[in-house]
Design a binder for this molecule. Structure first.
Ligand code: PLP
Length: 231
């Protein structure tokens, strides 16, 4: 068995265990293979091992790889998105995880309207208020929802976070729990067009803890493909 296939099998097994710990099942969790810096042949290896969701953080990389990947694969934009690049990916990706401003939400709405589609988005939250990270602070999420809830060509489907890099994933448990609580609080308001069905949290180092705390999507790169080579 190839290393990539091996890694995916192992991760699926751990997802299953973590899902059960949180009273759910494997099928409740979506595994996104993060393919940034990964070339097309290795991506295809992952696809042939049962992956059907891939995540990229750069618009250019999606553009470069898009035509080489089967049309039934779901693309996720997980990195910071500049408003002037929205038009390039609006008809390619299924979910934008990284919306953190009114300006970006409006731009996505405008471009989606042009294509006659409704774009699913997540709001990115900077749970630990790290200076180096994008995302809304927790207290900024509901005000932004109130500003974008009437936009007709976007649908807010939930929240996303990139937790701090920590040695011990337990250190992120409180952050994940807080984000889950925020999503519960928002869904209790029953706002039209706003759902909190997706919680995108957990990466190679902390996905099991994230799932235990309620993640419905995990984004895993290194755990599947090994260390990234940025050259
Ligand atoms: C790179 C990246 C990941 C995957 O990180 P790993 O630690 O390699 O699993 C997940 N989410 C985002 C937003 C990323 O940029």
């Amino acid at each position: 068995m190839s290393q990539i296939k091996n890694n995916i099998e192992e991760i699926k097994r751990k997802i299953d265990i973590a899902a059960k710990k949180s009273g759910r099942k494997y099928e409740d969790i979506t595994l996104i293979a993060v393919t940034k810096t990964v070339d097309v042949p290795r991506i295809k290896e992952a696809l042939s091992s049962g992956i059907c969701h891939i995540g990229e953080n750069k618009v250019q990389e999606i553009m470069r790889k898009y035509e080489h990947i089967d049309t039934n694969i779901h693309w996720h934009l997980i990195g910071h998105l500049q408003t002037n690049k929205v038009k390039y990916i609006i008809d390619k990706v299924d979910l934008i995880h990284s919306v953190d401003s009114e300006r970006l939400a409006y731009k996505i709405n405008e471009q989606a309207a042009k294509k006659g589609k409704i774009m699913d988005i997540l709001l990115q939250v900077n749970v630990a208020k790290e200076k180096t990270k994008f995302g809304l602070f927790m207290e900024e999420v509901e005000p932004l929802i109130d500003k974008v809830k009437n936009l007709e060509n976007i649908r807010v489907k939930g929240l996303m976070t990139i937790a701090p890099y920590v040695e011990n994933p337990e250190e992120n448990r409180t952050h994940f729990r807080n984000l889950k609580q925020l999503s519960v609080d928002i869904s209790k308001r029953n706002i039209d067009n706003i759902s909190m069905e997706i919680l995108s949290m957990g990466m190679t180092n902390d996905y099991e803890v994230a799932i235990e705390e309620g993640a419905t999507m995990v984004r895993i790169g290194t755990g599947i493909f090994g260390e990234r080579n940025y050259n």
